[in-house]
Design a binder for this molecule. Structure first.
Ligand SMILES: *[C@@H]1O[C@H](CO)[C@@H](O)[C@H](O)[C@H]1NC(C)=O
Length: 914
């Protein structure tokens, strides 16, 4: 048994590369390949991505070792895997359960244009096919030749709209291919305004003429159905087929391009003598289509994690185990956010706030865009429009509401502006290629940018959030980091020149995609600094990268008020959430332009089920607060928002689960039904957790939609509680403007709070309704997570409850014992006693609503608590639904309702229906 395999690989131009392959505990294989003697340091993205991750290598067995190949075997998630490394030509083949799942360099695209000095001769690329006559080249060789030519077009001193990139280390590039044999579908590579299942970019099925580009930048009015780069990048992709899921993550922050190509067959027959130990006869006859992906980056090294699956849920777990678990947000952060560019002054803020109350619409956060500052100097206030910012925040805070201000990374060049002056004096700014402070143009005019790659730069930034530094800020003020790709109005492609210099001597080209995420991180650290590590940060960022989920939320950037922008927000969010960043949303209404009223209504209905729920609008648009449209529209929007507030206990539990295992909050139907091939391309509907399936209306004048409900489950219409009778084929559902089709999966227990308060935090002592939807066997399961919704006392003092709810054989039981016993057990920390936790967090259940059961069969309902011998009889009824949020008109449905069972969430009890 060994830990890591290492070898030296020589390119035909004589440059040496160190290869290492290791198996990691937690379900991943790590492949690293880097130049042995680079000219300068190579930026190691993994040092940030894998920070604080315990990397334990898992031993493997060497099963073959010959001059032709080396093969190892190891177990991961109880499945045996084998990896064969072929020496000449170099290639790796990974199989699992005797079926190939991943290959590296099968198509020979491995390419490494190393760093060199300007006066050295250009490398002869020995890996290039020897033939020069294109007629004799194979398809792969032609593709590769073409790609190399494209890369070589980038010569020294690349010029982009008149701006010269000096390329001091030469035109470097790295590329390689990874094939997924038997996998037709791949997902990931955010951010693109494109489909959920990735469209091929090469080959006979190609739907785009360019590869997916990953290069964070600020794009004005982005185009849809396009592989062009947007604001954020996660070089992660998951391949999925009926019986398997496998993920790959390339830890590299340089500009990247990824081609996706479908090929017939399971890939080239491995020329391996793998038959020696893999019985090929047992290889299952999976889909005859394979997907080949070709990855190219401008610089850096090869450092790839292969996430071994075998399900989408396992891949999400593995991805976030290594790149970081999504932070648990505060409860207010998952409420509704009201933003526009700009709420003009303190009076405007007070009026908007008052109107929410007058129109009985809940909301949690009011946002201020760039105009609130003194001349776009962040951490300051316009003294005329916002003379008393602390009073303004406190007026919201007494109603349980918060405020967010925008804090962008560009700092106005002004010696009278302390943030900018100090950062400059301390030498914390990004430098230009000549080594002076980089001077670029953004909102405030000539600006500087803090170097967030520098730990001192991040520390300085974090300290700006202290109440003594950020004058006029209060504990209920949180932060929005916009323009952090970074956006530089006069830079190449509206971002920083690639030869700018960062801490450690790294060129911007090597760190570009991680820059914004490090600002996001420094801001979140600022929230911790100001609260002495007691208040969970809330920071929204536009740029994102691998691991952004550790720092906070993101949104999809500057979208437009059109139906197709509403439609594309579903696949975009499924992709982002599936890439680890589970707290994400698209702006309600569309940023640019004025939405028609029906579009706005439909947008609210859908977005109320997004993880991050914010309305936002450009400064040139008409006001569009929910009450401005008159009836019935205001009522329909009100109900859309209230629908979200009712399920906050469920939603908060989903965020907690995401924090535990990376499960997307908003997830694809494929994620929940990975064996159902009909779900693999669904992107007009999605799941919120595993209980709710939502099919939003995303086109004008649509009077009905066709909804695919996986037939392996029982489904209920969530709006009427009616059981769906025929699920063999898609179900047709009527969609008048006040209806968004929502379905509850049989087998789920959905915790709700049916009293809706003005803000999320005001309802925390209200009782719960448990909606119990029975499956075919008459059973259901659910979880409810509760903590104080703001601090870290759930971690430091064990102050939280996880109630496991189960309905089986007519008995609903609630247990939390395992959770209470587990708290702090591992590190022996002192935890708050159970009675105290129950007293502060253990709310009562006011009602059970049981779907899929006939009251006529129930003679009595008895509640039994732990330690009590005799049970107590309860009232129950089969009644017409009169619950808030359930459509009474069409819902002459009967459900079994048990009123006030007098039990607490967090206690042990059972309710017996017999
Ligand atoms: C994997 O697990 C199986 C069953 O426990 C065992 O027989 C096999 O030897 C293991 N393989 C490796 C490489 O450890």
């Amino acid at each position: 048994m060994k830990g890591t395999l290492s070898a030296s690989v020589s390119s035909s131009s004589g440059v040496l590369f160190a290869l290492s392959v290791g198996v990691l505990d937690g379900g991943a294989l790590r492949v690293q390949m880097r130049e042995e003697n680079p000219i300068g340091n190579l930026y190691q993205v993994a040092n940030v991505v894998l920070e604080n991750v315990e990397l334990k290598s898992k031993p493997f067995k060497l099963v073959q070792s010959s001059s032709e190949y080396t093969a190892i075997a190891f177990n991961s998630t109880d499945i045996e895997h084998t990896l064969a490394i072929h020496h000449r030509p170099f290639r790796m083949d990974l199989s699992s359960r005797n079926t190939p799942i991943w290959t590296f360099n099968e198509h020979g695209y491995l390419h490494y244009e190393h760093q060199r000095l300007k006066d050295s001769p250009p490398p002869t690329d020995g890996s290039e096919p020897a033939q020069s006559n294109d007629e004799t080249l194979s398809e792969d060789e032609k593709t590769k030749k073409q790609l190399l030519e494209e890369i070589k077009k980038d010569m020294w001193d690349e010029s982009f709209s008149g701006k010269i990139d000096s390329k001091p280390k030469g035109p470097t590039s790295i590329g390689f291919d990874m094939n997924f044999p038997g996998f037709k579908h791949t997902y990931g590579l955010p951010q693109h305004a494109s489909s959920y299942s990735l469209k091929p970019t090469r080959g006979s099925e190609a739907q785009y003429s360019e590869p997916y580009r990953l290069y964070n930048f600020d794009v004005f009015e982005y185009e849809l159905d396009n592989p062009m780069a947007l604001y954020g990048s996660v070089p992660f992709l998951m391949a999925h087929r009926k019986d398997y899921s496998v993920g790959v993550l390339w830890m590299n922050a340089a500009e990247m391009w990824v081609d996706v190509e479908r090929k017939a067959g399971r890939g080239s027959s491995p020329a391996l003598q793998m038959q020696d130990y893999v019985p090929f006869s047992t290889i299952s006859q999976t889909s005859a289509t394979s997907t080949t992906t070709h990855w190219m980056a401008e610089s850096g090294s090869i450092d790839v994690l292969i996430l071994l699956g075998p399900t989408p849920a396992a891949v999400s777990d593995q991805l976030t185990r290594f790149s970081g678990r999504p932070a648990l947000p505060q409860l207010f952060a998952i409420g509704y956010h009201q933003c526009r560019w700009n709420y003009l002054d303190e009076q405007d803020v007070a009026d908007v706030d008052a109107n929410f109350d007058q129109f009985d619409i809940p909301y949690d956060v009011l946002w201020l865009d760039i105009e609130h500052t003194d001349g776009k100097r962040y951490f300051t206030w316009d003294k005329v429009k916002f003379p008393n910012p602390a009073d303004m925040q406190n007026d919201l805070a007494v109603k349980g509401r918060k405020m967010v201000t925008i804090i962008d990374p560009h700092l106005k060049q002004d010696d009278g502006y302390p943030v900018s002056k100090k950062a400059k004096d301390l030498g914390l700014l990004v430098k230009n290629s000549g080594g002076s402070d980089f001077d670029g143009w953004c909102w405030p005019g000539s600006s500087f940018w803090i170097d967030y790659l520098n730990p001192e730069g991040r520390k300085f930034w974090a300290e700006q959030f202290k109440y003594t530094n950020y004058q006029g800020s209060t504990p209920s003020l949180y932060t929005w980091n916009d323009m952090n790709e970074p956006s530089v109005f006069n830079g190449p492609e509206i971002t920083m020149p690639k030869d700018n210099l960062h801490h450690g001597g790294f060129e911007h080209r090597e760190v570009h995609n991680i820059y914004g995420a490090l600002q996001h991180r420094a801001t979140a650290e600022g929230h911790l600094v100001r609260s002495d590590n007691t208040d969970r940060p809330f920071v929204l960022s536009r740029a994102f990268f691998i691991g952004t989920q550790k720092y906070g939320a993101i949104w999809t950037g500057d979208n437009t008020a059109t139906w197709d922008h509403l439609a594309v927000s579903v696949p975009m969010l499924l992709t982002i959430g599936g890439s680890g960043i589970t707290f994400c949303g698209a702006d309600v209404g569309g940023f640019f332009g004025n939405p028609d009223t029906d579009l706005l209504v439909r947008w609210y209905q859908m977005a109320a089920f997004q993880p991050f729920f914010r309305a936002h609008a450009h400064i040139d648009t008409k006001r569009r607060e929910p009450w401005l449209f008159g009836e019935p529209f205001t009522s329909t929007i009100r109900e859309a928002i209230r629908r979200r507030y009712r399920i906050l206990p469920y939603l908060y539990t989903l965020f907690w689960e995401s924090n535990q295992n990376g499960a997307p909050v908003m997830r694809s139907i494929m994620h929940e039904f990975p064996e159902d091939e009909n779900t693999f391309e669904i992107e007009d509907a999605f799941m919120l957790g595993s209980a709710l399936l939502i099919h939003p209306v995303v086109a004008k004048d649509v009077t009905s939609v066709s909804v695919y409900l996986p037939p392996s489950a029982v489904w209920y219409n969530y709006n009427t509680f009616a059981r769906i009778s025929n699920t063999a084929s898609p179900v047709q559902v009527e969609t008048p403007l006040d209806v968004i089709p929502i379905f509850l999966k049989g087998g789920s227990i959905l915790p709700r709070r049916d009293r809706v308060r003005r803000a999320a935090g005001l309802g925390v002592h209200d009782p719960y309704t448990l909606v119990i939807a029975l499956d075919k066997a008459g059973s259901a399961k659910g979880k409810l997570y509760v903590d104080d919704g703001k601090s870290y006392r759930h971690e430091t003092h064990g102050e939280s409850i996880v109630a496991d709810l189960e309905f089986q054989g007519g008995v609903l039981s609630s247990t939390s014992r395992a959770w209470f016993e587990k708290r702090g057990a591992a590190d022996g920390k002192v935890v708050t006693d159970q009675a105290t936790v129950l007293e502060s967090l253990g709310n009562r259940v006011e009602r059970l609503v049981i779907l899929g059961m006939k009251a006529s069969g129930v003679k009595s309902v008895v509640v039994k608590k732990a330690g009590e011998t005799a049970g107590k009889r309860l009232e129950f009824s089969e009644e017409e639904v009169v619950l808030e949020g359930v459509d009474e008109g069409s819902a002459k449905q009967t459900v079994v309702i048990v009123k006030d069972p007098k039990v607490l969430i967090g206690e042990e009890w059972s309710i017996v229906l017999s």
